[in-house]
Every structure is written in C-alpha cells, then in structure tokens.
Design a protein around this ligand. Sequence first.
Ligand code: SER
Length: 390
Amino acid sequence: MHSDQIVRTFVEYFEERGHRRITGSTLLPPPGDRVLFTTSGMHPLTPYLEGRPHPLGSRLVNLQRCLRTTDLDEVGDDTHLTVFEMLGTWSLGDYDGRQSLDWGYGLLTEGFGIDPGLLHATVFGGDGLTGPDVSSLELWQERGVPVELTVEDNWWSNGPTGPCGPDSEIFLWTGETDTPPQSTPTTDDRWVEVWNHVMMRHRRLEDGTLVPLGRRNVDTGLGLERLACLLQGRSSVFECDLFEPWRRILPGPWPLDERSLRLVCDHLRSAVVVIGDGVRPSNTGRGYVLRRLVRRVLTVLRGDDPSRGLVDLPDELVRHTLDRFRQQEDPETVRRVLLDEERRFDRLLERGRQVLSRPRFRGPLGEEDLHYLHETHGLPRELVLSLRAG
Ligand code: SER
C-alpha cells in the first residue's frame, strides 16, 4: 500500500466515525511554548486537550510533521527518523480509550489487512499514584491480543509538566517466524511499536503532582514512515516509498555504506523541512539543531571523500521533500541556506585545524581545553573531537 493510500485509508476511516480533519501544521510550536519543535501530533492541540473548545468539534484526525532530537543517535537503525509524519486522532472529552483502541484494532486488521495474530499490546499496570488501566486490558483480552503490563513505558507526557496519562501501545511482529514466540515488546525488539493511544486525563504540575484534566481525552499517534515500511514488507523505514527518490538518486553523487546513507538521507531531508518551516542555522535553539544536522551530514560525507559537498545535492530531492511536506519555500532558498552553512563550517574547520596544531593542544585534550576551545575559538566539542580523530 502506497503511503498516500495509507493516509487516505486512515483519515477516511476516522471521518466515517465522526472525526473532522484538521490541517497538520508547522514544526514550530506557538510562541511561548517551551519546546523547540513539535514532537508529536498532540502538541499543537495542547490548549484543546486542556479544555478550550475546538472549532471543529470533539473528534479530530490529522497528519502532522514532527521532529525528535532525542532519537538523533539512533538514526541509521531500522526505525528512527529525525523528521517524520504522524497520523493522529483525538477525542476531546468525547469517546473513551476503550473505543479508541477498538477502532485502532479494526483499522489495523480490516483496513490495513494486518494478521491479528501478529499484534501485541502494552498497557499501564499502575503505580503508587494511578491505578492500572483495566479497561484497556479488558479490551485487548476480549480481542485475543496478548498484553504486557508496564509502568514507565506506558505513561506518556510531552514534557515535565502539562497533559499526560497512561497509554496503550500496539506492536507488530516483524521477526522471521510467522508465529510470534512467547516474548514481549519490552524484551524483544522484533516487536515494533506502531500506534500509541494515550488516555490523556491528567495534568502534571510544576511540583510533580497530578491533577485531573477538565475532560477525559484520548490522543493517538502512529508514525507514517514506520507503518508504510511494515505494510510494504520492508525491513527499514528508509526502504518505504517515502524515501524512494532519496535512495535512488543519492548514491549517484555520493556512494555511501548503508548506515551512512541512512544518516545522510534522514538529516538532509530533515534539514530541508526545518528550513522549509523558516528556521535558519544559528548557535542556539532551533537554528542550532539545524546546524548540527547539516554538520553531521558534512562530517559523514567528507569522512570518505573530502572533496564531497552539498553543491551536488540533487535539486529533485529538495523539491520532492518540500512537496511531500506541503511547504511553500523556494527550493533555491533552501539550497542557498545549505550552501552558506557549508561554507561557514569549512571556515570553522580551517580555524580548528590551525588552533589544534598549536603546541598547547598537541597532547590529550582535557575538559578545560575543550571548554577553552569552545569559549575562545568557537570550536564545538564535537568538532574538535572529530578533527582529532581524523
Ligand atoms: N502523543 C502520543 C505519542 O506521541 C500519541 O500521539 O506517542
């Protein structure tokens, strides 16, 4: 199933059940928000989860672009991406978690044709503050889906404070055997998480206490690239149709080993989307995330061949990505931002090499040296270490 068809099937399934589609929006959270980027589909909906009436009603569905830097070091494995799209549904004080899971089960098995015998669920088992999520547990037992009870893994929050609650995650078996063995998602990573349903009923306050939200919501999220990879029978997200142009075109200018290719695809695609949402490289905040993405790409590209440069990034990939994420930015502007950043990085490398060749820095570098190099010469720790390693 092509990813566009996956999105259509998902949205129509929920529209038939009374949901209204909202337009997924920018990666940039509204002013005053503490996080740098939208990390989940629920993020732009926070005021409505907290009680404000939504103009489109109490049942919503959408596709939202998200960015997670927590997973940066895992990029290159089969499932993690920096920028990804999340399909989501919301009940704003409308139906309960049991109904949400039941619809989720129906869509996965009937809409997407997944064999029910390949599913596993996890459910919140309760802690000192909140009891076990009995209604989710019962739903899965009625559907014959095995359940693992956990505590930390089944509590979802978007940060230290704000809306949160117990969740139930649905996993799909991806192992070689047709019948999953008696193992659980937390102990066997051949179980891949596809869909998270959060019973968002609490708010965590600054002092750590939990208070009930004004209404009992359900917030669900399902990563599009991950689902596409599973439904298309691929072993990694980088092999689903959404990455097809990247994998086809990029090895032309830059032949790379598989892990490096994945990192370059992920980081460059993410950089294009971040620039498309109006961010420019800088030394702080969002701009610094963008800067790190571009520098990691350059470090990997140059590792094999120092003559490589972003001037060889094919236009088609920039255009394809802006189109995919429904962004209006001019592809030429994106290229210019990337090339300017590359020039800045090259100047910094040059300065780094000069400074590091001084007698003072020839021996092993201590924390104090790294601090000095950063503060006085603007050489970030990561860059100094990579220059020393190279
Ligand atoms: N907020 C939850 C998540 O990101 C469900 O959408 O997993």
